[in-house]
Design a protein around this ligand. Structure first.
Ligand code: NAP
Length: 241
């Protein structure tokens, strides 16, 4: 029997992250569910455990060094390694986000969670990922972060935003740099776009279900060893950076 895989999903207590955890759990994987809000996190873990998933709770604030260090210790204690990291936690930040009037703190907060948080968590988990036979990192991005789409007349890229969209562009750029540095390792790192899903993030205005949004992350989390690295995908295939 093959060894049980272990994954960490950040922002797993609701929305798309919860469904990513459910999907990986349904494959028989052990899933660490990371998020800040304790009550929501414990409820999410209990719900998945009741459904037969080997889920466990990971108190995690991606903006906090000590919290991330402790999360890495907890994962190490569970499995001694990490097979998959899904950097899903994210925030749109406060409104309004028109570039000419935005509060710089709004920009800072989006970048702190959506970019620096990803770097902080990834680097803390790398020693554990390096112990996996097939390590995968999935960064949940968004097509609104695509500069190609943002500059294509008529493309659907949401409202003008000086914080959220650029934070995902930054995340995409960081994903490419990780892929370049890790090119000669077994680690595959890619960005995924879930599509416009009905979650708290957008006041449930999205047109897809969180489970539909989770599908691309699950696909990138389970790539074969000869799979791509340093690319950006949605359900329809490759997304232009
Ligand atoms: P959501 O329902 O608002 O969930 C966001 C998750 O992130 C929650 O679990 C939240 O938990 C966690 N989180 C936020 N800040 C955190 C922090 N500092 N540390 C740890 N966890 C944190 O959003 P969602 O729609 O599922 O979004 C998931 C990802 O998909 C995000 O990266 C988002 O940008 C991306 N995305 C979503 C859509 C969409 O249409 N929904 C489209 C494109 C991309 P706590 O608050 O308890 O910490």
């Amino acid at each position: 029997m093959s060894e049980q895989k272990i994954a960490l999903v950040t922002g797993a207590n609701k929305g798309i992250g919860y469904e990513i955890a459910a999907g990986l759990g349904a494959l028989g994987w052990m899933v660490g569910m990371g998020a800040r809000d304790q009550e929501r996190r414990e409820a999410a873990v209990a719900k998945l455990r009741a459904a037969g998933v080997d889920a466990f709770s990971v108190p995690l604030d991606v903006t906090d060094d000590a919290s991330v260090t402790e999360a890495a210790r907890l994962i190490g204690e569970r499995g001694g390694r990490l097979d998959v990291l899904v950097n899903n936690a994210g925030t749109t930040g406060n409104a309004p986000q028109m570039p000419t009037t935005v509060d710089v703190e709004t920009v800072r907060a989006a970048v702190e969670t959506n970019v620096i948080g990803v770097i902080r968590v990834t680097n803390a988990m790398l020693p554990l990922l390096r112990r996996s036979a097939s390590p995968r990192i999935v960064n949940m991005s968004s097509s609104v972060g695509s500069l190609t789409l943002q500059t294509t007349p008529g493309a659907e890229v949401g409202p003008i935003s000086a914080a959220y969209s650029p934070s995902k562009t930054f995340l995409n750029a960081v994903t490419v740099q990780y892929a370049k540095e890790l090119r000669d390792t077994d680690i595959l790192i890619n960005a995924g776009c879930p599509g416009y899903c009905a979650t708290d993030l957008n006041g449930f205005r999205g047109v897809r279900t969180p489970a539909q949004g989770a599908a691309i992350a699950i696909q990138l989390a389970t790539l074969p060893d000869d799979g791509p690295t340093g690319h950006f995908f949605d359900d329809a295939g490759e997304v232009a950076w």
